[in-house]
Write a protein that binds this ligand. Structure first.
Ligand SMILES: Cc1cc2nc3c(=O)[nH]c(=O)nc-3n(C[C@H](O)[C@H](O)[C@H](O)COP(=O)(O)OP(=O)(O)OC[C@H]3O[C@@H](n4cnc5c(N)ncnc54)[C@H](O)[C@@H]3O)c2cc1C
Length: 387
């Protein structure tokens, strides 16, 4: 199947023949290793641990991390293709997005020793990564976090708890946002690289029962004198955490835009196919003017979103993507995604409300896109600061 089968403009501006080959390989991997297991993973609330090792062998876990650190040596186009193909298959279980985000924290903010120690393990799937910012009492307002890390001669003792942590159940390495100085405000925030194995003070709580994305292991996690070596402060210096978060969050938000456009394109394609086949009042739903107008609007919006996100991909490849535009991509595309999928559900009628229909699954999976990765209201605050 060609890229153009889903891509609303046929082929993205940043695609190349080499990338087409990579896309085909990723699509075969998704078709064979992910699609047949989706229902089972929803029931068990997490993917199989072995999927991470298979993803490592395929070279898709750290597609845009340099080879010297064990990555595949590609650029953001490779990583975007992975997110698109997961989106086209309707997968919301494989937490490769968060994993890639953590790899970028280490690549861009870590010391050389941290890069050499952790990136090869993330690329191979030997380690699964998570990032723990949100707490029961502080999500949007990260300065309000209460998890602390206190240093002694051998390392840090971490105390507190985090919630809504994607990959929380399977994670081997967690970037934990902590306060190393509770009196210093944003300058007292640090990011620690916490290994979960053989760390008795670390505990995973229950896998949370979510509205959608049920195959993703979103968890509460607890620290009761969990230990982190002194060398594992990201970047080697305390107090840089807030600045590191601000630097890396645009990558996460661009990814959400990329995944969101893939979902919009899939919803359009599914709905065109369905309404072409479904008959009512002696004609196909697609021949009715309302259906045609709704889907004409969706196709227009999908095209605008696709061209915008393609520019975001190009600029990310070139290292020119900025915080404001990443926030626009995250907020505008996730809002559009939810609106479009809701319109598509309407055109499916009662079947659109049945989870055995992919459009219904997309409906429940999409809603959180407007909340996580920074709530869309926070995105508008960031954009407004640039006015
Ligand atoms: C499925 C899922 C996966 C997640 N994965 C992770 C993860 O891996 N790691 C992690 O750290 N976190 C994760 N999160 C947490 C997510 O990032 C937070 O839920 C999000 O940042 C919002 O924080 P909150 O839930 O505390 O809401 P609050 O901060 O309590 O905000 C609630 C609402 O208030 C409004 N609001 C808040 N502040 C403002 C403002 N300044 N101006 C206007 N309106 C405002 C917004 O509408 C917002 O949605 C995940 C969440 C979910 C649901």
């Amino acid at each position: 199947m060609m890229d153009g089968a889903f891509n609303v403009i046929g082929t993205s501006s940043w695609m190349t023949p080499e990338l087409e080959g990579f896309r085909d390989a990723v699509r075969r991997f998704v078709d064979s290793e992910i699609v047949p297991n989706q229902e089972r993973w929803r029931k068990q609330q997490h993917v199989d641990r072995a999927l991470w090792n298979k993803g490592g062998e395929m070279g898709i876990l750290c597609a845009d991390i340099p080879e010297q650190y064990g990555g595949s040596g590609g650029n953001f186009a490779h990583q975007a293709i992975v997110f698109e193909e997961l989106g086209y298959a309707g997968d919301m279980a494989f937490g490769i997005h968060v994993h890639a985000i953590v790899a970028h924290y280490i690549l861009n903010q870590g010391t050389e020793a941290q890069k050499l120690k952790y990136l090869p393990k993330l690329a191979s799937g030997e380690m699964v990564a998570a990032i723990a910012m949100s707490e029961p009492g502080a999500g949007s307002d990260l300065k309000g976090i209460r998890t602390t890390a206190v240093a002694d001669a051998d390392g840090y003792s971490v105390n507190g708890s985090k919630t809504f942590i994607s990959n929380g159940y399977l994670a081997d390495l967690i970037v934990v946002v902590v306060k190393t100085d509770t009196a210093a405000g944003a300058k007292g925030v640090s990011l620690l690289l916490l290994e979960t194995k053989d760390n008795p003070g670390f505990r995973v709580g229950r896998i949370l029962e979510k509205v959608g994305q049920k195959g993703q292991d979103t968890c509460e996690i607890f620290f009761d004198n969990a230990r982190v070596p002194l060398d594992n402060v990201l970047g080697g210096v305390e107090g840089k955490g807030f600045a590191q978060l601000m630097t890396e969050l645009p990558y996460e938000r661009t990814i959400l835009g990329v995944a969101g456009v893939a979902a919009i394109e899939r919803a359009l394609r599914l709905t065109v196919d369905y309404t072409r086949e479904r008959k009512a009042f002696g004609q196909a739903l697609l021949d009715m003017q309302n259906t045609r107008f709704v889907l004409a609007e969706v196709k227009t919006e999908a095209t605008v979103a696709r061209i915008f996100v393609d520019r975001c991909v190009e600029d990310t490849i070139a290292g020119k993507m900025d915080t404001v535009r990443a926030s626009m991509a995250k907020y505008w595309i996730s809002d559009l995604q939810c609106k479009v999928i809701d319109q598509c559900v309407q055109l499916f009628g009662g079947y659109g409300y049945m989870l055995e229909y992919p459009i219904a699954q997309m409906y429940v999976d999409a809603r959180v896109q407007r909340i996580y990765g920074g709530a869309n209201e926070i995105m508008k605050e960031i954009i407004a600061r640039s006015l």
